[in-house]
Each structure stands twice: as C-alpha cells, then as structure tokens.
Design a protein around this ligand. Structure first.
Ligand code: 13P
Length: 291
C-alpha cells in the first residue's frame, strides 16, 4: 500500500454525497490517532500538514511514517500539503512521493493566483499528484497563515468557473463564510453561494475552517456539494487540554508515554465525531483503490 492522491477518493465522495475529512497532523502521535479512528470506522481520511508542520516534523519523516502506517493498517492514505505557498517546497515534496497538495495563492489577485496554481498543476500531474487551490479568501488563523477579517472575501461563482478552466486544478477550496481557528460567534454559511458554485463547477469542493462550525451546517454544506472538510483547531485543543489536565493531576509526571495517552484519547474522540459528521464511516472499502 502506498500513498494515494485525492482524485478518486474525492470524486467518489462527491458522487455519493459524503465528505472525506482532512485532519491536520503534527507528529507521530497525531498521525496514529487519525489512523486508529480511520481504521476503526473504516473511513477514508486525508492527513494534512501545513508548512509549519513540515518544518517542525520534516517531510521525510512524515512521508515515511504515513506510508508505513498505510501498509500496516491496509488503508489507503493521502498525505496532503495544506496551505502551502512556496512553489519550490511543493515541487520538492511531490518529488519525494507526496501525491496531494494545496497551493494557496489566494492572497494574490485573480490572474496571479491562476498563474501560480497552473504552474503547480502542470508539475503535479506529471507525478500523478492532485492539486487543491483556494479562490476567495478565508479569514482567521491557521498556524503561520493569518488573515484579517477585513481582508477576507467570499468566492465569486463566475470567477470559480474561469479559475477551474484556466488552471486545471483538481479541487477547489471555497470561501462561503467559514474562517480558520476559533469563531467569536457562530459562523453563518452562504449556502446559496455554495449551491451556485456547485451548479457551475464540477470538480470537488473543499470546506476549510470546519472547527467550530455546527454539525448541521457542515452536513448541509456536504449535501450542497462539499466533499472534503478540513479540521485542525478542534483537534489541537482537546489534545493539549488533556495534557494540561494530566499535569495538574500529576505535577511530577515526565513520561511522554503516559501524559500523551489521555491526549491521544481526547483527540481520537473528536476525530471519530468528525468522521461521523462527514458521513464517511464505512466508505473506505467502497473505493476501488483500496483493495
Ligand atoms: P480549522 O483550524 O478552523 O479547523 O481549519 C482547518 C483548515 O481549514 C485547515 O486547512
């Protein structure tokens, strides 16, 4: 079993009306948690790494761990570069075997975004890798990526059509009212906009910033055409809270094999809940790439 692109898994999800959850991982433990839940619930999953995760954990370790994990669990896995902006880094990591990348050039104006994305698409496709790009701009904080609310804007459906045609991109992250990180108040998603984009664009659509979005709203977005849902913040918080709690109760503890156990359990519970929210449970074995 080796690493796979998102092509077939997202098309399958799109056809069948569920979403593949993309969980942001940071290290061996968080990879193990996502894998345990994916195996227990027989769900396809995407393991996503932001540039700061790649910098922290090293792409060679990440690729090796995930590839081995796929083999051990007999589960097809996607290691996905999330919100990468550096074209040379993306190309280098594709060459190392990564089959799924997001080039985020959404900070640039439309033409420049198209130009950068097209360059990566042309390169990635030669290596059998799929490419996600963002049109519109999500606000909020995702690791080193910080976008002020005033600089965020929603995806224009007409531009989406032109963008997809001009870039040949495989999936599109749409801005429909979500933001990265924690919300100050409940987010209001623009479902009409999503429906319009879905009716005009036929590639898989991606929802970023799903932490803190009510379960029903995410499921509504899935019904209206989202087939990849990104979750990061809601995993980090229970993981770190469980460690804090462990140290409160055991101030002299020092063994990571002990204090990381409750952290992994707390994160596992959220991953399970999110897989159920995405309705991807039991979907892994429907995919021909798996067996
Ligand atoms: P959250 O941190 O809001 O869950 O967003 C995750 C995300 O969109 C990663 O790309």
């Amino acid at each position: 079993m080796s690493l796979i692109s998102t092509k077939e898994m997202l098309i399958k999800a799109q056809e069948e009306g569920y979403a593949v959850p993309a969980f942001n991982i940071h290290n061996l433990e968080t990879i193990q948690v996502v894998l345990d839940a994916a195996r227990d619930l027989k769900s396809p999953v995407i393991l996503a790494a932001t540039p700061s995760t790649v910098k922290y954990a090293d792409e060679n370790y990440l690729l090796a761990i995930i590839e081995k994990a796929s083999e051990i669990n007999n589960i097809p896995l996607t290691f996905h570069l999330d919100h990468h902006e550096n074209v040379e880094d993306i190309k280098r990591i594709i060459k190392l075997g990564c089959k799924s990348v997001m080039i985020d050039a959404s900070k640039y104006e439309f033409r420049k975004n198209v130009e950068i994305v097209k360059d990566i698409v042309d390169y990635a496709h030669k290596y059998g890798a799929t490419v996600e790009a963002e049109l519109g701009k999500l606000g909020g904080v995702e690791d080193d990526l910080k976008v002020d609310e005033k600089d965020s804007f929603l995806t224009d459906p007409n531009e989406a059509v032109e963008f997809v045609k001009a870039t040949g991109v495989d999936s599109l992250a749409v801005a429909i009212g979500t933001a990265h990180g924690l919300y100050k108040s409940e987010p209001k998603l623009d479902f009409d906009r999503l429906e319009k984009i879905r009716s005009m664009v036929d590639i898989p659509l991606v929802l970023h910033g799903a932490s803190g979005v009510p379960y029903d709203a995410v499921q509504n977005a899935i019904e209206k055409g989202i087939c990849k849902v990104n979750i990061a913040t809601e995993l980090k918080i229970p993981f770190s809270n469980a460690i804090k709690e462990y140290f409160n109760e055991n101030p002299n503890a020092s063994d990571p094999r002990q204090y990381l156990v409750p952290a992994k359990k707390a994160m596992y519970d959220v991953v399970v809940e999110k897989i159920k929210m995405c309705k991807s449970e039991n979907k892994v074995y429907q995919c021909s790439y798996n067996l």
